[in-house]
Design a protein around this ligand. Sequence first.
Ligand SMILES: *Cc1c(COP(=O)(O)O)cnc(C)c1O
Length: 295
Amino acid sequence: MTLDFYSPEQELFLPLFKEKQIRVFVKRDDLIHPFISGNKWRKLKYALIDAKRNGQDTIVTFGGAWSNHLLATACAGATFGFETFGFVRGDRVSNPVLAMCKLYGMELEFVSRTEYKHKENLFLQRFEHSNKTLFIDEGGYGPQGMKGCSEIIAELKQNYDHIFCAAGTGTTLAGLAKGIADHQLDGTLLHGIPVLKGGEFIEEEMKNLNAPISQLILHTAYHFGGYAKTSPELFHFIQEFVSKTGIMIEPVYTGKLFYALQDLVQKDTFLADEKILILHTGGLTGFLGMYEQFV
Ligand SMILES: *Cc1c(COP(=O)(O)O)cnc(C)c1O
């Protein structure tokens, strides 16, 4: 099972970076695939390899109505020959993301927020008798997801003083932390930007995955009020950034990430000549959910 992909490190030439004498590179995981978005492919990879090996033919997973992970799973299932089933949190709705999930053949079931809290129960109730069915947690959280994301570090063409990444479940950040430790990159600091309020919990989630956290800094003040919460300032930043760089970012994850980097650069957090890598994790759906802000 292979999906060859292209994720270069591309330098960003913006006047602010020049003024502060730093160099900023973007790892373009958003280019991996249009719908198996960025880190979602990396998080699914080892789960799918194991599923094939174990003769499983169906993947069951979970997400909100705008979930990048649901769409990535639907698309990966169609690509690699799995049936897919998604439990969707909340009342029945229709939107472009769920329509694309269906297009890729995913069966969807809407469940109340209370039911959704008990994911294992939902899974067992419906698929109890099928050992051909694989459970994947919301957002692709888990050790296999972390392993897939740790490979990002092995791909890098040069060393960086700082690596930046957005965090939802913390799986991608955990993978980066593991990769940094595995490659003994003692001079690299890992910066996480939680997109949820109270982002300190990311550290716990990383510890649960046995990820090292000694080189980690969490910047917990860039959530803009919480998950998928925004502000006119954030929309303005995204509009400026996309129109000046040609690189698409969105309001849920990468918009907050790039905003945080810009803010920290403006506050002189970095030394002259330092090299920074920012991981673009993809994520078209965050834009689709809020496109009206940009028309
Ligand atoms: C899901 C997602 C994340 C969050 O990744 P975690 O591993 O859950 O922290 C970040 N960026 C984008 C674009 C995503 O879709």
